[in-house]
Every structure is written in structure tokens, then in C-alpha cells.
Design a protein around this ligand. Sequence first.
Ligand code: SAM
Length: 272
Amino acid sequence: MEKNMRLKAKKSLGQNYLVADAVAGRIVEAISPKVGELIFEIGPGRGALTSHLSASGADVVAFEIDKMLAEELKQVFRDNENVEIVKEDILKVDFGAEAGKRGKKNYKIIGNIPYMLTSTIILRIPWEAGSTVAVIMVQKEVADRIVTPVGETNCGLLTVFLQSYLNVERVLKVAAGSFRPRPGVDSAVLRLAPVRIKGAPADKKLYFAFLKKAFSMRRKKLRNVLFRRDAAAKREGVKRLETLSGVDLSKRAENLKLDDWFNLFSSYVEMG
Ligand code: SAM
């Protein structure tokens, strides 16, 4: 595919192209593409993943922000009836609406995405009601953090939030040498599938804001992060929240289990 495409990689768009075709094949395998199902690809670049997706017989809609690349890709895939290239900024794309336009409710998401968009895109996934699975390439360290079991030292805001709604799994490590230009870091591919966990907050926005606050000073005890009022009011607040939630607030954010987070959040909201 790439030999037809001589465009210079743009750093500002995070254009590090996957050149290891076997790796591209394994990434696509991780999404188990099936004939006729709808797959949205984010940032197809030079089509490394797109060509494997196309070969699977799935209906592929690939959103590429770079006009020149999108034009080239349209040429490359002009005879592939199951591939649609859309020149668009992924941040403006509503997957649910795009699926609806094509008469579908469910879809899969795949992307070797620019690292500056990682958090924005990954954080959208719990809201994607129609997504049955997402396979996303991220920086290796980010992947490690996201898959860390909740309650272990490396866990953070992304870990807790994502694992409250998704089953997260690292399916592949990808060395920097698999890309051109070669990035400064290694990568990993995550598979994120929706999961219903009893007690997971329905108000994701408020839950996220709460977790953000709780993780804002991760080395401090939660009692000092969640309550910053004068001593008497703080003592009272801590006592009430501990009684309501059953969570020991002398712990740090990284030490809480998922159930603790659900209880703590609902009690915190209840206290107003
Ligand atoms: N998927 C290709 C691959 O594996 O070789 C390209 C990967 S490259 C890391 C990221 C791609 O995302 C580039 O083609 C870039 O132009 C595109 N891109 C960057 N920002 C984007 C955005 N906001 N919306 C859609 N595509 C974007």
C-alpha cells in the first residue's frame, strides 16, 4: 500500500505509520471482523489496518483528517466496495449517528491513533452505547496503567473509570521499530469491551469528575483530598462518609477496589 503513497509524515497529526504488515494483521484479528458488520476506523493513514479490515469483508468506514491522505486512500481503495474513506476530524464524528445513517445500531471501533488524542478517544468509549468492542493502539505505559487491576499501586483515574464500564485487555505489544517514522516510545494494543458491573454509576460524567478529584493528589489520604474544610466540619464529613460508604478514608485513591469506588461515589452524592 505505502509504495503508492509518497506523502511526507506530519508530526503535528501524529503520523507514525505502521509498516510491519504482520502486526497490522494481528491488530485487526483482535477485533474479530465479520462479513457485513460495521467497523469505524480512526486515522487510517496509509491504510495499514484498512487493507486487512477490507479483506475481512466487514463494512469499513475510515475517518482521516488529512485531506491529501484521504484523497490518496480513496484512490487506493476505489475498487473495494466495503471501504468508505471519510475526510473528517474524528473529534467531530458521532459514531452512533454514523451507524444510524447506515441502518446499523452496533459497530466496532479500531484505530492506531495519534498519541495526543489517546485520552480523548479512550474516554469516549464508555459512552459509545453502540460499540461492541474497541481495539486501540496506545503508548505502552498508558496501556500498562489502564490494565492495572484497580486497587494496585499503578492504577489511576483512567484505570478506575474505564474498568467501571469496560473489560480492558492488552492484546499486543508493538515495538517502536514497527512504525515509520519511528516514534520515541513503544506501543501496545488495547481491547475494550463493554461490561455491566453491578453498582457502576449511571451518571458517568459526575462519576468521572469525582474520580478526578479523588486522584488529584494521589499520595494523600482520601480524607484530606475529599474534605478541605475546617477541622470540625471535616471530622464530621469524614465520619459520615465512612459510615455511609463503609470505606476507610485513611486509604489513598490507588488502594481502593472497584466496589469501594461505587459505594464511595454514591454516598458522596447522597451527602450532597
Ligand atoms: N492507522 C495508520 C497506521 O496504522 O499506519 C496511521 C496511524 S498514524 C499514528 C495516525 C493517523 O491519524 C494519521 O493518518 C493522522 O493523519 C490521523 N489523524 C490525526 N488526527 C486525526 C483526527 N483528529 N481525526 C482523524 N484522523 C486523524
